[in-house]
Design a protein around this ligand. Structure first.
Ligand code: SF4
Length: 242
C-alpha cells in the first residue's frame, strides 16, 4: 500500500450521519468482510474505486473546512479504512495540524501496528458493532465477534472516545435481548461515549443489481422509526442517552 496515494470509492462533502456535526466523508476502497446488510458493496474490491494522491485529498477536505463548525470534521469510512492504515498514518498528521477532527468508521477487523497508529491519530472511533450474538456475527459478516471485542478492548485500554453503531435489522438483531446486550457494553467499556441504533434500509439494492451480486437481506423489511424508537427506550436502563 502506498503512503502517497490511497484508493477511495467516493467523497462526500457534507455528511451528517457519520459522526458529530457536519463532516466530509471519505469512503475508502476495500473491505475484507462481506456483510449481508452491506450498503456499499462497490467498496469491497481493494483494486476498485479510484486512486487519489494525498495532496488532492487534503485539498478536497480543506475546501470543506468552513462547514465543519465546532463539532464537525472528516470521517474515513468505507469499505474498511484500516485496510489502508499505512496511508492514513502518514496522512492524518496534516489534518491534525489544521486542527480538523478525525473519525474512523470501522468494523474493528484490523488491529495491527499501523492501525494502532491511525487510532492514536484519530479523535473518535465509530465502531460498527454489527451483532452481539457470536453466531449471527459469524454468519452475517464472515468475521468472528471476538475480533470486534478485541478491538473494543484495545480502544478502551487507550481511552479512545468511541461510538458503537449497529444497524437494526428486523428479525435478525432487533430483539430486546440483543439490544440490551449492546447497551450493556457501556458498563464494561468506559471508552464508549454513545451507542447509535441505525435503521436497516434497502436503498442499496440497485447497487447489488448493477454489480450482479445477490443482496442476502433483500426479503427482510426495512426498520421503521418506531422500531428504533422503541428499542432506544432500553438505553436508559444502561445509563445511555436514548
Ligand atoms: S464492514 Fe462495512 S463495508 Fe465491509 S462488508 Fe461490512 S458493511 Fe460492507
Amino acid at each position: 500500500m502506498n503512503i502517497n496515494h490511497c484508493r477511495i470509492s467516493s467523497f462526500q462533502s457534507l455528511g451528517t450521519v457519520d459522526g458529530p456535526g457536519v463532516r466530509a466523508v471519505v469512503f475508502m476502497q476495500g473491505c475484507p468482510l462481506r456483510c449481508s446488510c452491506c450498503h456499499n458493496p462497490e467498496t469491497w474490491d481493494i483494486n476498485g474505486g479510484s486512486l487519489i494522491n494525498s495532496e488532492e485529498l487534503f485539498h478536497k477536505i480543506l475546501r470543506c473546512k468552513s462547514y465543519f463548525g465546532s463539532k464537525g470534521g472528516v470521517t474515513f469510512s468505507g469499505g474498511e479504512p484500516l485496510l489502508q492504515s499505512e496511508f492514513l498514518a502518514s496522512f492524518l498528521p496534516a489534518l491534525k495540524e489544521e486542527d480538523i477532527h478525525v473519525a474512523i468508521d470501522t468494523s474493528g477487523c484490523i488491529l495491527n501496528d499501523k492501525a494502532k497508529e491511525v487510532i492514536a491519530l484519530s479523535d473518535l472511533i465509530l465502531l460498527d458493532y454489527k451483532y452481539t450474538d457470536p453466531k449471527a456475527y459469524k454468519e452475517y459478516t464472515g468475521m468472528d465477534l471476538s475480533k470486534a471485542d478485541e478491538f473494543l478492548s484495545y480502544l478502551n485500554s487507550v481511552n479512545k472516545p468511541t461510538w458503537l453503531r449497529q444497524v437494526i435489522i428486523p428479525t435478525i438483531n432487533d430483539s430486546k435481548e440483543s439490544v440490551s446486550t449492546l447497551y450493556s457494553l457501556k458498563e464494561k467499556y468506559a471508552c464508549i461515549e454513545k451507542i447509535e441504533l441505525l435503521p436497516f434500509r434497502k436503498l442499496c439494492i440497485e447497487k447489488y443489481h448493477a454489480l450482479n451480486i445477490d443482496f442476502p437481506f433483500k426479503d427482510i423489511r426495512e426498520a421503521t422509526k418506531d422500531d428504533i424508537d422503541s428499542l432506544k427506550k432500553i438505553a436508559s436502563f444502561y445509563g445511555c442517552a436514548p
